[in-house]
Design a protein around this ligand. Structure first.
Ligand code: ADP
Ligand code: MG
Length: 697
């Protein structure tokens, strides 16, 4: 919005320089436009009136119509209060004031009838409301159909009479001034198709609702608009990118056929096959692939990655895979080496701890094209790492990489941008994926390899530790291995280590007959690796670790995951950790240990883990608990710019808005038609103010 909407808020009647400064500081409201978009965060239902006999402790604020019987001052000094005894045809109650007594007292003549509003509480057998809002009864307000907006505000603003009501008052000044100039930002066809209220009416209703129905329609309209522009911009970005970046057409499948015929160790799941088909279609298309593969832990992403590599290599290109940690890069390397060697393809590992002499060889072999597959960590991004022809870049566990780092990968092929596959084991609810990765194509591996038994998860309190130890013993006796994980305490590295070491010692004492591995963030990479390898080879039975093992580590014989202080972990982290087991044919278990007293959220998290293994369901609960703003990557996506729409609650509307944006771009890709001029204007307007959209991928 521009023009009158840029007017500074201090020029509004009833605001002035001092209040304006507070509004700037406390609520980021600088202009008329800002104030207009300071939408209420909820509404109080003032449509209903309660009789005194109907009051209960559970009620929030209620309205009561009552007649004043008498008013008295009770107590002295600091305890002095004003009590109004009031009644209706069902009973009597009290209204009390501890402050502003003199001012209130004048307004309470016996016999007057008021609407009182506030939270009822019961003292003895008497109902009472402290500091009720009150207004004299009139013919009009008794019959009104009223939702009262509640605005967010702050202590400092309240002290200056800018409480929720005060903000409503200044909006009452503002709205008539600007109403007729509020521009319509959606096209008539969209408004018609989705039955949306006009912008002016929506803004009026959101601040001054005249009926619940209209308020609902106003909210729907404004949410739709937010989603619509978010999606429109992402889709436009995607179109722009596909047009700008041609991709190398990689269509040869000779190696693939050979692999399928002679080497593949298991039947692919249908989901794996589908995702490979989708990726292959991109890679041979001549356009650059930008695809996100979401697959729950254990769904077999590594094999999908390898097969895509084969497609690239078949056509004469090279492939690389970048992982976020050295342990993971190692593990990928170990896993893929086996397949690569079957196929006679040269593969190498490049991490921070790769020796200088080995690096030299890698650099030379990459440039000559002899080295077909490079696995590694951030070390891949260094400028000295040059490929002859990088055709496919795969990024594992993408949320740990910055977008800038990924851009560096793209730059590794000057002629064509390499095709990009991003693999993540963090399931993102569809609504969020659409928005965070709106310009990426998304494939989902929504099926686990056959024969997996679902992991059984239980929640145990610390006092049951002996029983849990007994269970661990029993499983190891059966030949299984066990992870015991301790939380990372962010504030203190020392505390972490102590916590872990205490745990380690008590476990060592409890199980003198077994060998233990220990891995934590403070260890040198080669020591970590050594400890990991001992566990992988079955030389140790118990792995005591911090969350460094969270991602990717694969030891099929490990079938028990014990998570200590489980209440300290986030849901997606718990799910990731649990995914370390359940990879073999044996029944696997996850035990969530916690203290007895739990916050409500912790309890929901643990209950969710016990109830389901479904990563998407867990992600949904996580989104509801934390809100999208806390999720990885959302900061830069513009999701946090949403004023009224809520990704976790308004998913159906998001889908509609995306459809609308898609349809619009299909019919008029350049938004060149006159009836779309308002939409084009809005897109341009938002571009100026928005975060850097090109950074999202
Ligand atoms: P993630 O998706 O978590 O990276 P992995 O790729 O590590 O999963 O695969 C987990 C395990 O499942 C590995 O041991 C892998 O060999 C095995 N696996 C993958 N696909 C299949 C399949 N189609 N059938 C049987 N086992 C499979
Ligand atoms: Mg993996």
């Amino acid at each position: 919005m521009s023009g009158i909407f840029d007017t500074r808020i201090e020029f509004l009647k009833g605001v002035g320089p001092q209040k304006a400064e507070l509004l700037n500081k406390e609520l980021n409201i600088f202009t008329y436009g800002d104030l207009l978009q300071h939408y209420p965060f909820r509404y109080e239902d003032r449509t209903k009136f309660f009789k005194i006999r109907e009051l209960t402790e559970e009620q929030e604020n209620v309205q009561v119509i009552a007649r004043i019987k008498s008013v008295e001052l009770v107590g002295t000094g600091g305890k002095k209060r004003l009590v109004a005894h009031v009644f209706d045809e069902t009973g009597e109650m009290e209204m009390t004031w501890f402050k502003g007594i003199q001012w209130v007292q004048k307004k309470l003549p016996a016999g007057a009838v008021y609407i009182f509003f506030g939270k009822p509480a019961q003292y003895g057998r008497k109902w009472s409301i402290a500091h009720p809002e009150m207004e004299p009864i009139t013919a009009a307000n008794e019959k009104r159909n009223h939702f009262q907006p509640v605005y967010s505000t702050t202590e400092k603003l309240r002290a200056r009479f800018l409480d929720s009501k005060g903000i409503s008052k200044i909006l009452e000044q503002l709205l008539p001034l600007v109403y007729s100039q509020i521009p319509e930002t959606l096209s008539p066809e969209i408004m018609h198709q989705y039955q949306l209220l006009g912008k002016q009416e929506a803004i009026r209703q959101i601040h001054f609702p005249t009926s619940p129905e209209l308020l609902n329609r106003a909210r729907k309209r404004l949410k739709f608009e937010e989603f619509f522009y978010l999606q429109l911009r992402l889709l436009m970005l995607k179109v722009a990118r596909t047009e700008k970046f041609r991709g190398q057409a990689l269509g040869n499948t000779d190696l693939l056929t050979d692999f399928y015929k002679n080497h593949i160790p298991f039947e692919l799941t249908n989901a794996q096959k589908r995702v490979i088909r989708e990726s292959f279609a991109d890679m041979k298309s001549g356009k650059q692939m930008n695809r996100l593969i979401q697959g729950d832990v254990g769904s077999g992403k590594t094999m999908v990655a390898f097969i895509c590599m084969l497609i690239a290599i078949s056509s004469g290109a090279q492939a690389c895979l970048m992982a976020p940690t050295e342990i993971l890069a190692n593990q990928h390397y170990e896993g893929l080496k086996e397949y690569a060697e079957m196929m006679g393809l040269k593969i190498a590992l490049l991490t921070g701890s790769t020796k200088k002499s080995d690096r030299k060889v890698i650099h030379t072999d990459l440039l000559s094209g002899e080295l077909k597959i490079l696995i590694g960590t951030h070390a891949l991004l260094e400028d000295v790492v040059q490929f002859r022809n990088l055709g496919l870049a795969i990024v594992d566990e993408q949320h740990r990489f910055g977008v800038a780092q990924r851009a560096k990968l793209w730059a590794k092929n000057e002629e064509f941008m390499p095709h990009v596959l991003v693999m993540t084991a963090t399931p993102i609810p569809r609504t969020l994926a659409m928005t965070l990765y709106g310009d990426l194509d998304v494939s989902v591996i929504d099926e686990l390899p056959a024969g997996r038994k679902p992991i059984q998860t239980v929640h145990r309190y610390d006092k049951d530790r002996l029983k849990v130890f007994g269970f661990i013993n029993q499983e190891i006796q059966k030949g299984r291995q066990v992870y015991i994980v301790y939380p990372l305490i962010e504030e203190s590295e020392t505390l972490n280590l102590k916590n872990l070491m205490d745990g380690y010692e008590s476990i060592a004492r409890a199980f003198p007959q077994y060998h233990l591995s220990i891995v934590h963030g403070g260890m040198k990479a080669e020591d970590k690796d050594l400890e990991m390898q001992r566990f992988v080879k079955g030389q140790t039975q118990i792995m005591v670790a911090t969350t460094v093992i969270e991602v990717g580590v694969n030891v099929p014989n490990a079938s028990v995951m014990i998570i200590e202080n489980a209440e300290r972990f986030g849901l997606s982290q718990l799910h990731q950790l649990r995914g370390r087991v359940g990879r073999g044919a044996e029944q696997s278990y996850c035990v969530l240990m916690s203290k007895y007293e739990l916050s409500k959220d912790s309890r929901i998290r643990l209950e969710t883990m016990v109830r389901t293994n479904d990563g998407f369901e867990i992600a949904d609960v996580d989104l509801r608990l934390r809100g999208p703003g806390d999720l990885m990557g959302t900061q830069q996506s513009g999701v946090t710019d949403l004023l009224i729409a809520d990704l976790s609650k308004d998913a159906p509307l998001l889908t509609l808005a995306r459809d609308a944006a898609q349809q619009l771009l299909f019919n008029d890709p350049e938004l060149a038609r006159p009836e779309h001029s308002s939409i084009l204007r809005q897109v341009k307007q938002q571009k100026k103010t928005a975060v850097n959209w090109s950074r999202i991928s």
